[in-house]
Design a binder for this molecule. Sequence first.
Ligand SMILES: Cc1cc2nc3c(=O)[nH]c(=O)nc-3n(C[C@H](O)[C@H](O)[C@H](O)COP(=O)(O)OP(=O)(O)OC[C@H]3O[C@@H](n4cnc5c(N)ncnc54)[C@H](O)[C@@H]3O)c2cc1C
Length: 484
Amino acid sequence: MATPAHSHYDAVIIGAGMSGLAAGIRLALFEKKVVILERHNAAGGLNSFYFKDGRKHDVGLHAMTNFVPPGPRAKGAPLTKVFRQLRLKREDFDLAEQNGSRIAWPGASLRFTNDFAVLESEVARAFPREIDGFRRLDAAVRAAAAESVALDTAPRSARAVLGEYVRDAVLADMLLLPLMYYGSAQEHDMEWPQFCIMWQALYHEGFARPFEGVRKVIHALTTKYRELGGERCMKCGVEKLRVRDGGVREIVLDGGKVITADKIISSAGLVETLRLCDDQPAEIERKSIGRLSFVETIAMLDQQPHALGWDDTIIFFNDAERLHYARPEELVDPRSGVICCPNNYQYSGGRQLPEGILRVTAQANFDRWMALAPDTTAYTAEKKEWFARLQAEALKFLPGDHPLLTLERHTLATDMFTPRTVLHFTGHLDGAIYGSKRKVRDGRTHLANLFLCGTDQGFLGITGAMLSGITMANVHILGAGGRD
Ligand SMILES: Cc1cc2nc3c(=O)[nH]c(=O)nc-3n(C[C@H](O)[C@H](O)[C@H](O)COP(=O)(O)OP(=O)(O)OC[C@H]3O[C@@H](n4cnc5c(N)ncnc54)[C@H](O)[C@@H]3O)c2cc1C
């Protein structure tokens, strides 16, 4: 276990995920004495990667949202702000745009790309009576842009607002599905400001991916942080925060070593961070813990997906009349989910990933997976069964006569991660993929020098998490000096 080089810092950051690394770069840029403490052995948090049978697998990455190409659309966009504030160049992420994605329902399909006009024309085609409402909804989202990222914005039901513009329940569910799967910590609904952020991130802007996957982004962030003189300690968890006189006075590390800091930014999550504080009861905020967790199946193929007739980048599918976005009773709810082909991006120079990849994500029940001891026959059998059931359900939405048979014929290797994996990579209680149901937009806690960033501050996704780290570092530590 690495330990910090100094006993006192201007700032300590808990977690080397996307938000913690971005906050660290910001602070190092302004010559703050800063250390990032990470319990895991790899940086990236939820968006990390692992090795299995000689292959590197991304944990989270399907797509980086918020992609804007260089040019007029890039002005003022979140991704532009990330590059500018972190002093990174576009080339550092090597982003390639998606081919195109789909929202697929029984009997209805909406295609969308990084050009919003495509989604608009698809709604006009499939739901002609709803197109005026859809356009008014889009205008309402655009009008709410500033309010949705404000740090003091009030929560409101997105479903309620959506209902004011879209009368067709299927269209409302179709529009919600991608936004929920990529960023709602709430069951059945999401907050209106979060809906607006995700609408912009997915529908106005869009998807891109680095050729090398999430490793490229992690490498760019960790390299920049190191070049600026920032210190990072891996396998160095924070065990406890000792509180006195309304502030954190001591930071106790897993091995027992104690350090101090003027200010602390935590990306560990709201409930998880409060539970580190020794002035809080151990069972604090149980009701705020998120209930949503995911499984993901990964199939490595001996063909590129497009050679099998599968050209979509991402397919958000639902095989029921209405969308059910909630913790399932069973281990997995295979009725809805996300299919992703990381091959289906427009990589520069005609590059292509060496093997085909098909990933399928669906909602899962954390308690039921945790009740199965890992590496037992029962755990392995359930993984096998749900892998097959999820593939069978999802592949109905791929083109071709027998997509499931085609997949089986071309599969070289498979893997599957469960809520256990999410817990392992993030430390999120209940494997809550998008953290707590309660978001703390201003990042403040009950303590004067302890702040939150990342998932539970409320800006989600890779770009959102980086923006969160930047914003919290600017607002709570750099103050006026951090404006640039
Ligand atoms: C399956 C899946 C797919 C996703 N796909 C995408 C995608 O395609 N595109 C996209 O934009 N977003 C995606 N996301 C969302 C994205 O991964 C997250 O929003 C983002 O990574 C969150 O970053 P973070 O820094 O807030 O938190 P985290 O990634 O959770 O990082 C927190 C870090 O803190 C560390 N930590 C926790 N407690 C302690 C402690 N006590 N001491 C020290 N360290 C501690 C953890 O180990 C972790 O490294 C996906 C998420 C999932 C689950």
